[in-house]
Ligand binder design. Structure first.
Ligand code: DP6
Length: 337
């Protein structure tokens, strides 16, 4: 057993949103979600179990990670070590090729790559479903990034235990639904409220938490049907509705991720739609807007959004593949360790 592996994973953006956890441990979602895995952005993570290392270490984008990030990684490594009978500590080196500091979702691709890398470095011959379940215990959205294309994660059992299993699964392949996702990075960088804290506060404090928990599964089923029917406009409308409902419930609890630029992009999309371009928004736990368009409309929508004030840059993404082991040429540079 070599004790080393390098994995690559992509972020995903949820079209129907996961927001809220079941009570208890295990990061079981309170609502189902459906995402698209994004090519064009990736995380590459190498894991080396090293008998000479005194403790686990994590280098993120060339910097030693924060205590909190390291603690979350160690928790995952401990689970892998327990399953594999591995006793060595690990050296983990991870890099994103997209701007992490700007608040773009990185925990999904980060934990998907770390989970796959750690499982393989420990010599475990697990399938993607089992790895997805393990990734979910670190970050529920990461369970979806194990798979490519359009991916669904069910809500967890009402009273979950650590022994319950919940993995994501593919609903439709990458090529099944032609889509471009314009990731609009907005200028303003407010102090981030992590998604785990944001969703916990929403469920505890929002007067609309119960409405969100009741409505989200219905939106999810409608969106899933629209996707399978290849109905672009319904998918776009439902994705935007899911994001707006999630944020409305959060905002009512004082959990506000939007900035003026977020609202400006939403208005620009309304104007684009009025002019006949089907462009829809989805927004995660940050100020940035991901715009969903048909491939033939991407250039026009991108031009309109680039011309706006508050959009700093746009990253073009299309449905991409799931997490995988890196080829030899993708290995993380030794100098980064
Ligand atoms: C708004 O997966 O980051 O992006 O499970 O606590 O790690 P944890 O939360 P996380 O939450 C993602 C929230 C979201 C919606 C989504 O991706 O479904």
């Amino acid at each position: 057993m070599s004790g080393a592996a390098t994995a690559i994973a992509h972020p995903n953006v949820a079209l129907s949103k996961y927001w809220g956890k079941r009570a208890g441990s295990g990061r079981f979602p309170a609502v189902p979600s459906l995402s698209v895995t994004l090519s064009g952005l990736s995380t590459r993570t190498s894991v080396v179990f090293d008998g000479s290392a005194a403790a686990d270490s994590l280098l993120l984008n060339g910097q030693p990670s924060s205590f909190g990030d390291l603690a979350r990684a160690v928790e995952l490594l401990d689970r892998v070590r327990a399953a594999a009978g591995e006793v060595r500590r690990a050296r983990v080196v991870s890099r994103n090729d997209f701007p992490t500091a700007s608040g773009l979702a990185s925990s999904a691709s980060g934990f998907a790559a770390l989970t796959l890398g750690a499982v393989r470095a420990a010599g475990l011959d697990w399938d993607a479903s089992r790895i997805s379940d393990l990734a979910r215990r670190s970050s529920a959205s990461a369970a979806r990034s194990l798979f490519g294309g359009f991916v669904e994660l069910d809500a967890g059992p009402v009273a979950p235990t650590e022994d319950d299993v919940l993995s994501a699964r593919v609903v439709a392949a990458e090529s099944a639904f032609p889509l471009v996702i314009l990731v609009c990075v907005t200028t303003a960088k407010p102090k981030a409220i992590g998604s785990a804290d944001g969703m916990a506060t929403t469920l505890a404090m929002s007067p609309y938490a119960a409405a969100w928990l009741a409505e989200a599964p219905r939106m999810h089923l409608r969106l899933r049907d629209a996707l399978l029917a290849r109905d672009f406009v319904s998918v776009g409308e439902l994705a935007e509705s899911s994001a707006l409902a999630m944020h409305a419930s959060a905002i009512a609890a004082g959990v506000i991720y939007w900035t003026g630029a977020t609202l400006d992009v939403l208005s620009a999309l309304r104007a684009l739609r009025a002019s006949g371009v089907a462009a829809y928004a989805t927004i995660d736990a940050g100020p940035h807007v991901k715009v969903l368009v048909r491939p033939g409309d991407a250039a026009q929508a991108g031009q309109a959004l680039r011309a706006m004030g508050g959009v700093e840059r746009i990253i073009d993404a299309v449905p991409g593949e799931g997490a995988r082991l890196a080829q030899a040429s993708d290995q993380v540079d030794e100098s980064e360790r």
